[in-house]
Design a protein around this ligand. Structure first.
Ligand code: SF4
Length: 190
């Protein structure tokens, strides 16, 4: 008798309620299974640590739309969409000795059935211009190999440029030092 394996596995928060060691075991099993059986995995999570452990490519979504996609190292190391940059800034630090600032987004996401004209993120984006409010950016408005983001004015340098942009809009954007708040909580708020 021949055992059949799926070609694609969709895992939606499969380890979110598990403790750290059990979570690591589950992720290792999934990785090994994927490598040995040549199975593709779509892993959906708010937990950036799990995602970086298991994913070769990472997609960040806002209002049901992919706002950044690329190799995991590139997206995490150099996010180009302001939403992705803000979200990633709120993830727990992998190196506790480093300082990092967290960008909190102003406002709430718009009603998904009454989306604004232009870029959906414009009402909350400190880089938004009139062009953003009128013209919805193409999915690959920013493109560098397999790294793409639908943004007219992609972030060039998160540490200086975007933080400066947020600071300039400081009356409605809070910038904080990151402590130990979870990525999940912030992602759910966003
Ligand atoms: S297109 Fe404009 S509003 Fe949308 S994310 Fe980029 S800079 Fe911000």
């Amino acid at each position: 008798m021949r055992t059949m394996f799926p070609k694609l596995l969709i895992c939606d928060e499969p380890a979110s309620m598990l403790d750290v060691s059990l979570k690591a075991n589950i992720l290792n099993i999934l990785r090994e299974m994927a490598d040995e059986r040549d199975i593709g995995i779509i892993y959906i999570s708010h937990d950036l640590a799990s995602l970086t452990q298991i994913a070769n490519r990472l997609a960040v979504m806002y209002l049901g739309r992919v706002v950044e996609i690329g190799a995991t190292d590139e997206v995490v190391g150099s996010p180009r969409h302001p939403y992705a940059a803000s979200l990633l800034s709120a993830s727990p630090k992998t190196d506790p000795s480093t300082d990092r600032q967290r960008m909190l987004l102003p406002g709430e996401p718009p009603n998904p059935i009454e989306l604004p004209d232009g870029c959906n993120f414009a009402p909350r984006c400190p880089k938004a211009t009139e062009r953003c409010r009128q013209e919805d950016p193409a999915r690959s408005a920013f493109k560098d190999g397999g790294h793409e983001a639908p943004c007219h004015f992609p972030v060039e340098d998160v540490e200086t440029e975007l933080l400066a942009e947020y600071a300039r809009e400081g009356e409605h954007v809070e910038v904080q030092q990151v402590e130990d708040e979870s990525f999940e909580e912030t992602a759910e708020e966003a």
